[in-house]
Design a protein around this ligand. Structure first.
Ligand SMILES: [Zn+2]
Ligand SMILES: [Zn+2]
Ligand SMILES: [Zn+2]
Length: 389
């Protein structure tokens, strides 16, 4: 019995082995030949567990050194191009403060503009150490409607550290009644509680704190005569002089994005030119700007004004102007401003009728706490400057 048993077990083992190898070879063949596999797959597919970790920010290649100072590598001189920044405006590579740029009022870092509703922080109501330069110029002309000689004045704000080797955006600001071209620049303007402000302090500090890029601000005296045939001098002559005198002079004498002072060159750089104004200056912005100078400006800031909405819509939709983009239309007024209703009705009449103006994308209406005064306009120029370029 014992002998028989010894012979049976090795034989069974050999048989089982042969069977196992045979099945294995068959299965492998079926898989190799791509035919349908009826056996269970042997490989285990591991599905990674979802992770809570945020995806790492992949920065484009640079010199690879870890030490930057003022955006420049201290080891090799590589200049950081600031590829990504935090919502605090710090470059994720070198730590430098960078300016947020908003498209549809949203920066690529996720930040929305820092709108103010009431008085600006105290530091904006005092001079800034890094002060820009104000220059003035004037030209002689004839008032078209009254046919009398007149001297028109133009003021220029050049940012601190102005460098003719760089290109600057240009914002032209129009003033209202009872003020001059200096009001948007260095004129002391009264606020409540015996306080004063100069608009240039806001520009100086916003540039120094890297809230905005340095820019050139131009402000011209206006035709405010309201007698017979006033329309001609107020708007038509102003539009003519903006296009043929003020813009060419600005381009010839300062470093802007326009290649030269020809109408074609200024028009080609129109995304770097903005026009704005307060009170009557807002009327001018609509009329001389949006309606008559759209080939030269693509951005408009209208504070506490009013306008002929039918004419704006007609002009914006006209064959001559229809193809010119409006990159920004920012309208604003104070909550107890006599012009709140007027400015508001222009915005909410024009925007729905002009397809390329979209509320919340390139068109914005903002109300702050203030009247028809420089408290409102100082807040709104702060708000608008963040969006304008
Ligand atoms: Zn380096
Ligand atoms: Zn950087
Ligand atoms: Zn940002």
């Amino acid at each position: 019995m014992k002998r028989e048993n010894r012979g049976f077990w090795p034989l069974l083992l050999v048989l089982l082995l042969c069977l196992g190898v045979g099945v294995g070879v068959l299965a492998a063949r079926m898989q190799l030949s791509g035919t349908e596999v009826t056996t269970e797959p042997t490989a285990v597919i591991v599905t990674p567990e979802p992770t809570e970790e945020p995806l790492p920010v992949i920065l484009p290649e640079d010199c690879g050194h870890p030490a930057f100072e003022n955006g420049v590598c201290v080891l090799c001189g590589y200049v950081c191009e600031h590829p990504f920044h935090s919502t605090e405006g710090e470059c994720l590579r070198c730590g430098e403060k960078v300016v947020h740029h908003y498209v549809h009022a949203l920066c690529s870092c996720g930040r929305i503009p820092d709108y103010h509703e009431s008085l600006l922080p105290d530091r904006f109501y005092e001079p800034c150490e890094e002060a820009g330069t104000i220059l003035s110029w004037s030209f002689e002309t004839t008032d078209w409607s009254r046919q009398m000689p007149v001297t028109m004045k133009v003021g220029f704000y050049l940012p601190y550290g102005y460098d003719p080797g760089q290109k600057y955006n240009v914002l032209v600001l129009m003033h209202g009644l009872r003020t001059t071209e200096e009001s948007w620049l260095g004129l002391p303007l009264p606020l409540e509680n015996d306080r004063e402000i100069q608009m240039r302090w806001i520009y100086d500090r916003m540039i120094a704190e890297k809230i905005i890029d340095p820019l050139i601000i131009v402000s011209a005296s206006q035709y405010l005569y309201r007698g017979e045939d006033f329309y001609k001098s107020k708007y038509e002559q102003m539009a003519y002089e903006l296009q043929n005198v003020i813009l060419p002079y600005t381009v010839e004498n300062f470093s802007t994005w326009a290649e030269d002072s020809s109408p074609e060159a200024i028009s080609a750089a129109r995304e770097h030119f903005a026009l704005g104004g307060n009170s009557w200056g807002s009327y001018f912005t609509y009329d001389t700007g949006m309606c008559q100078s759209l080939p030269y400006f693509s951005r408009f800031l209208c504070f506490s004004g009013d306008a002929n909405t039918g004419w704006i819509v007609e002009q914006l939709e006209s064959p001559a102007l229809r193809d010119y983009s409006v990159d920004l239309y920012y309208a604003a007024a104070g909550d107890y401003d006599v012009a709140l209703k007027g400015e508001q009705s222009v915005f909410y009449t024009v925007v729905p009728l002009v397809e390329r103006l979209v509320d919340g994308e390139n068109a914005f209406f903002h109300v702050c706490q203030g009247g028809h005064d420089w408290a409102t306009w100082s807040i709104e120029i702060y708000n608008a400057l963040q969006l304008v370029f």
